[in-house]
Design a protein. Structure first.
Length: 219
């Protein structure tokens, strides 16, 4: 049973990349795997839920790939810096979305899939990690961390879709910079430190020669 679920995700990733979200259907996945559509619905309920898992999987896989490269080629002789690592990850993940036309189509088309509830929990955990590491200047009594997580999720998604839909009068580099700036402003990080993080992240990405490959892959 676990193998069936995994196989569905593998084929769905392939088809979502090749065909986009709108043109991918359960019957196509079922035909590829010689299974029934109800079995796919049993595991994933709807196409939006399936796309959500595909997105989470490739995002997590890329996060791990980026972390491994940084550990092997940069932080092996530098003190680990969570803020810098975060900036690098965001820049690379968004660059993949902006520069690969097939990833762009998938993200644009799946944006109406109502992924918010799942992504919100991920963003809240992400803010908690930064709070534990740096002791963010936030109000823990009123669960401000949840407010920040939801606010940044909404803002960053709006920026991403705005850029993809050519609604923003800025370059890709400016858009990437602003998303990172916004994150650390939500965390109330000093502006000089934010500039330092952004500049360092660009230099490290250039030095390590990360690669963007088909099927949502960063290496």
């Amino acid at each position: 049973m676990a193998n069936q679920r995994e196989n569905i995700l593998i084929v769905a990733t392939q088809l979502f990349y090749e065909q986009g979200y709108d043109n991918t259907y359960f019957y196509q996945i079922a035909d590829h795997l010689n299974i029934t559509k109800p079995l796919i619905s049993y595991y994933f309920k709807s196409k939006s839920h399936l796309a959500q898992e595909v997105s989470e999987r490739y995002t997590l896989s890329n996060k791990n790939n980026i972390a491994l490269r940084l550990y092997q080629d940069y932080f092996n002789h530098q003190k680990y810096d969570l803020q810098l690592s975060t900036a690098i990850e965001i820049r690379l993940q968004d660059t993949l979305t902006y520069t690969d036309s097939k990833v762009k189509s998938f993200v644009q088309e799946s944006a109406n899939g109502n992924f918010e509830d799942i992504y919100f929990s991920n963003y809240k955990s992400f803010f908690k990690i930064h709070d534990r590491q740096y002791g963010l200047n936030i109000n823990h009594d009123n669960d401000e961390i949840s407010l920040l997580a939801r606010g940044f999720f909404a803002a960053s998604m709006a920026i991403r879709l705005g850029f993809l839909n050519q609604e923003l009068n800025c370059s890709m580099e400016e858009c990437l910079d602003y998303t990172i700036e916004l994150l650390f402003r939500f965390m109330r990080i000093d502006e000089n430190r934010i500039a330092e993080i952004i500049n360092a992240s660009k230099s490290i990405i250039a030095a390590l020669n990360f690669e963007f490959k088909p099927y949502f892959i960063i290496n």
